[in-house]
Write a protein that binds this ligand. Sequence first.
Ligand SMILES: NC(=O)c1ccc[n+]([C@@H]2O[C@H](COP(=O)([O-])OP(=O)(O)OC[C@H]3O[C@@H](n4cnc5c(N)ncnc54)[C@H](O)[C@@H]3O)[C@@H](O)[C@H]2O)c1
Length: 437
Amino acid sequence: MDAAPIGVVGTGYVGLVSAVCFAHLGHDVVCMDVDEGKIAKLERGEVPIYEPGLEKLMADNAARLSYTTSYDALLEHCRILFIAVDTPPSPSGDADLSRVQHAVREIAERGGQRLLVMKSTVPVGTGEKVMADLEALGVTGITYASNPEFLREGAAIQDFLEPDRIVVGCFRDEDGAAVEALYRGIDTEVVRTSVPTAEMVKYASNAFLATKISFINEIANVCEQVGADVRTVARGMGLDHRIGPHFLQAGIGYGGSCFPKDVQALKQLAGNTGYHFQLLNAVIEVNALQKRRVVGKLKERLGTLRGTTVALLGLTFKPNTDDLREAASIVLAGRLIHEGAKVTAYDPMLDAGDHPLFPGVVICEEPFEALAGADAAVLVTEWSEFGRLDWAAATSVMTRPLLIDGRNFIDPAAAAEAGLEYEGIGLGGELRAPIVR
Ligand SMILES: NC(=O)c1ccc[n+]([C@@H]2O[C@H](COP(=O)([O-])OP(=O)(O)OC[C@H]3O[C@@H](n4cnc5c(N)ncnc54)[C@H](O)[C@@H]3O)[C@@H](O)[C@H]2O)c1
């Protein structure tokens, strides 16, 4: 084991979870971030993000973790440096690598022998480009490995410590071995490969998962037309081991900080080489339309939305996270307001009042406040508390007890019993409440 501490650049969802988990595996870890507020919180033992179990694991391993905003302090002792900065989409659809480039520059300028390990999701070819740029600058002490991360927010610690696989791409065998050694204690398959192949594994994985979601959403849309139940269709499909049960939950589409940008970036990457990745175009389009179908369902039942009140239940892109990046709720709220509806909302992670991502939306303290006087509710995020909600009581505070369940989270029979006019996604035939105008 490298005796020097591991450095982690970027203490967001990936960087902080990686740092804490590496500390849990017995390593000393120095966490570096340019965000002074985040580092100040971390130094006080506070976790700046919501991720179940993270605060406790961080506290348990406090002795092995240190935090800094200074590259000088980071590089004083660390030889292996994980880069876990954000790589958001740029206006062209390509990944914006400016934060990665900034981190590499800061490290290169300070000299020394370093192994950069890219955890951020970066386009195929980034590792080769980083090395070529460093060579052009005459920097010789830096080597590079790709170690893409596959964790899911909300289950990040388990995903990091019990991963399906660890992918390590390297230019030199000893770098791959050094990265692999850091994961000692984790029992899983390690895929050792070239840097471009490792970079591609990440994009291909996310693109495939997004494709599965768009596929089942299209099946759901057809189910509605032909009177079938997509939940049972998915179950029947998923029992086939060639298909598998995961990522076959129909709903209002994927969101979050990864799928939309990674699918877009892969499409763009292919396009930049002259290859037209036709399938991904459809995946992206289906996902965009899926969010809007909810508005169509509301209009079908309510007529015009002008003057109506629609309550959104859940705003984060999925449950058990506070992450709102690319959440379906943002598009939905915007569309509803554009249609002239008043939009109220409740999410366990959001304070009541205004939120810059939801202009015009009244964010409430608790679900019944959002539902009071609503002509319809849309279940956007399947937070477990919505499963426990007293739906019969909800119907009594709503003007019209209409629930569009964007995640097929509530049992249609229980919803009917509670007096709800219920409509899910892909639930055709008798599962769909009759339309009364
Ligand atoms: N969030 C996920 O579920 C997930 C999963 C797998 C992979 N990824 C990938 O991991 C990367 C990080 O994602 P995230 O969700 O953790 O992002 P994030 O926005 O939560 O965190 C990024 C952190 O990097 C810091 N940062 C930015 N520029 C910096 C710099 N030059 N020097 C030091 N710190 C800097 C930011 O202040 C921020 O704290 C992305 O490429 C993402 O695609 C994310």
